[in-house]
Write a protein that binds this ligand. Structure first.
Ligand SMILES: Nc1ncnc2c1ncn2[C@@H]1O[C@H](COP(=O)(O)OP(=O)(O)OP(=O)(O)O)[C@@H](O)[C@H]1O
Length: 257
């Protein structure tokens, strides 16, 4: 992609592989009138390729802002965001849109499926928007992996919540993105359906070597990840390795304001 210039930070031969995502001192402030909200106050983190990370924190701690800045949905006020070796924080709007289509997959709580398109058309949509066609083998693998074979001709309105979220997951993966961001991916599902979707997200990530970042309020969802980053007041205040749900809840409560 010619419009994306490579990151200035090279990976060092013989050391850990270059991160899938690297944020350096990312700050984001929102101004409204005389007030300024400092949503991110200097976040630095690196996520390894193929890692499954959860971002947790109390309401207002900056989780959504972090996701938006890391995914190229919004620009940081300052700092560097490198995804798949590309510095994205200063791209033009057009280049940022192309970047998102090619390098990032999204799974949202509300699924965001297009109501008049079939399941198959929804899965293929990110490629169609980018004038590309699906690789048949990859598409067949994803459809199989997400159990969508019997549902391909249905419309989103004819699906259960868990089925709709599986469509959203297949759609997020169809472009083979550098990273998949999931924002409260199980928030609209009952507990057992949510657990099934989460398990699918985790095993798909592991089997495909896909980097996944989940933003969630739910400690049980977070505990499915290998690594949990705890945000408080716009800063990463903890970095937990495979914690239990109880440990996650405890750390979030300790950050209370
Ligand atoms: N567009 C905006 N304009 C002004 N302030 C904003 C805007 N977006 C976020 N903020 C503020 O930035 C801070 C972080 O918000 P953010 O939505 O990132 O938190 P969050 O952890 O995702 O919260 P929640 O869990 O409630 O969704 C909050 O104080 C919020 O009020």
């Amino acid at each position: 992609m010619p419009s994306l210039h490579p990151a200035t930070e090279p990976s060092v031969a013989g050391h850990a592989p270059a991160p899938a995502i690297a944020l350096s001192d990312v700050r984001k402030s929102y101004r409204s009138g005389l007030e300024t909200a400092h949503a991110l106050r200097g976040v630095t983190l690196r996520l390894a390729p193929g890692s499954f990370t959860a971002v947790v924190g109390q309401s207002g701690s900056g989780k959504s802002t972090l996701l938006h800045c890391a995914a190229g949905l919004d620009r940081p006020t300052s700092g560097s965001v490198v995804v798949g070796g590309h510095e994205i924080s200063e791209l033009s709007d057009d280049a940022l849109t192309r970047f998102r289509r090619r390098q990032v997959g999204f799974v949202f709580q509300a699924y965001n499926l297009v109501g008049h398109l079939s399941v198959l058309e929804n899965v293929e949509l990110p490629l169609v928007l980018d004038d590309r066609r699906a690789e048949p083998e990859w598409l067949a693998h994803l459809v199989h992996r997400t159990g969508l074979e019997p549902l391909l001709d249905r419309l989103p309105g004819e699906l259960s919540g868990g089925q709709a979220q599986r469509v959203a997951l297949a759609r997020a993966l169809v472009t083979r993105p550098t990273v998949v961001f999931a924002d409260e991916p199980t928030g609209a599902l009952d507990a057992s359906t949510g657990a099934a979707v989460l398990d699918l997200l985790r095993t798909t990530a592991r089997d495909l070597g896909q980097t996944v970042v989940v933003v969630t309020h739910d400690s049980r969802v977070a505990a499915a990840a290998e690594r949990v980053l705890v945000l408080a007041d716009g800063l990463v205040v903890d970095d937990l390795d495979a914690p239990t749900p109880g440990q996650v809840t405890g750390r979030i409560l300790e950050t209370g304001r």
